[in-house]
Design a protein around this ligand. Structure first.
Ligand code: GLN
Length: 354
């Protein structure tokens, strides 16, 4: 006798639950576990988000990035959380209307666009996907790594990724990138001019990385133009719900849950999420994977986006960073919610092989 068994995860949509149950057919009949009702799951999620907000709100560990002058001046106490599910529900708390600069989280979506435009294999061979074991802006990594570019999430690899995106002019490329991010978010996004100006005036390090990439023949368009477009993409403003929706698009096999637009080809999603797992939090990625087990990407603006494949995304903004450049509070919040809702990818047992 066959009986379906489904331990319903709190973020699952109805369709996901059906698929999940359908796939969980044990060889030996067992009593079905009681399924939680959608409203019980929503309540559990709401409670976890509210608890995390209250628990970590007054934590002042870490400090704002200050190598970009604008970021040093952002109010360190700003704090917002959004969880967006693949059926388009949004749970938010805190400073959720504040537009912060997306910074390195942009790299996830430029990687997606590069694959859309040139395919996955050329991106892997021309950029790479290895963790560098060094800071995100390391010059030594470019010299030492066999691929030089490392992976699409360190600055050198991200600038090289931008250079791979085809366009006739730098401006056309920038507009294409901005529109693509908007498709992932399900609405128009804009540049924060002051962030761009502040960063463009102080990005000598990134220009040095691009020059080195040229020496190693690992950049595929004009180096300075590539740095400029990259600087613009880092200066795009998002609030936590917009960023969460971008993450939910990744979680939903590349289709925006609200607009229904297929933004990223489903076959590219595993490449993106696995890169997030190995390099999304730079030198903090190993500890993050050990403790939380979710693909995530941080930005020095204070955002972190974590993706729960098939279920949704958690987006948190708090500007104080740790030594590796990852928001302290955002890590705490995502870790708390993931533990409460049992979201660790390495700790789930869908019984697909049994
Ligand atoms: N724009 C930043 C830079 O180039 C992005 C770094 C980050 O968010 N880790 O340094």
């Amino acid at each position: 006798m066959l009986s379906t068994r489904c331990s319903v995860k709190p973020l699952m949509s109805g369709a996901m639950i059906a698929a999940y149950c359908f796939l969980s057919i044990p060889l030996h009949a067992q009593a079905p576990a009681p399924a939680k009702s959608p409203s019980a799951r929503q309540q559990q999620l709401r409670t976890a988000v509210d608890e995390a907000y209250a628990k970590f709100k007054s934590d002042t560990k870490g400090k704002n990035a200050d190598y970009i002058p604008y970021l040093a001046k952002v109010d360190s106490n700003l704090f917002g959380i959004s969880v967006v599910t693949t059926d388009g529900q949004v749970y938010s708390v805190g400073d959720i209307n504040y537009a912060f600069s997306i910074q390195s989280i942009s790299k996830v979506f430029s990687l997606a666009l590069a694959m859309q435009d040139v395919g996955a294999e050329p991106v892997l061979s021309k950029i790479g996907s290895e963790p560098t074991g060094r800071a995100f802006n390391s010059v030594l990594a470019v010299v030492d790594m066999p691929t030089h570019s490392g992976n699409p999430f360190v600055n050198a690899g991200a600038i090289a990724t931008v250079s791979l995106i085809p366009a006739k002019t730098a401006n056309e490329k920038w507009n294409k990138i901005l529109a693509y991010y908007g498709d992932a978010a399900g609405g128009k996004l804009s540049l924060i001019d002051e962030v761009y100006e502040s960063e463009a005036a102080t990005n000598q390090g990134n220009r040095a990385l691009a020059a080195l990439l040229l020496k190693y023949e690992r950049i595929y368009a004009d180096p300075l133009e590539s740095v400029d477009v990259y600087t613009k993409q880092c200066s795009v403003g998002v609030n936590t719900a917009q960023l969460g929706m971008m993450g939910a698009t990744l979680a939903n096999k590349g289709k925006n849950p609200v607009t229904g637009k297929q933004v990223i080809k489903p076959e590219y999603i595993p490449h993106i999420l696995s890169t997030m797992m190995v390099a999304g939090l730079y030198d903090g990625s190993g500890t993050w994977a050990w403790n939380v087990g979710l693909p995530a990407k941080s930005g020095v603006g204070g955002g972190i986006l974590a993706v729960i494949p098939g279920q949704g995304a958690i987006s948190v903004f708090s500007p104080r960073l740790d030594e590796a450049g990852n928001s302290v509070k955002a890590q705490e919040v995502i870790s708390y919610i993931a533990q409460k809702l049992d979201l660790n990818l390495y700790d789930s047992s869908p019984d697909l092989l049994k």
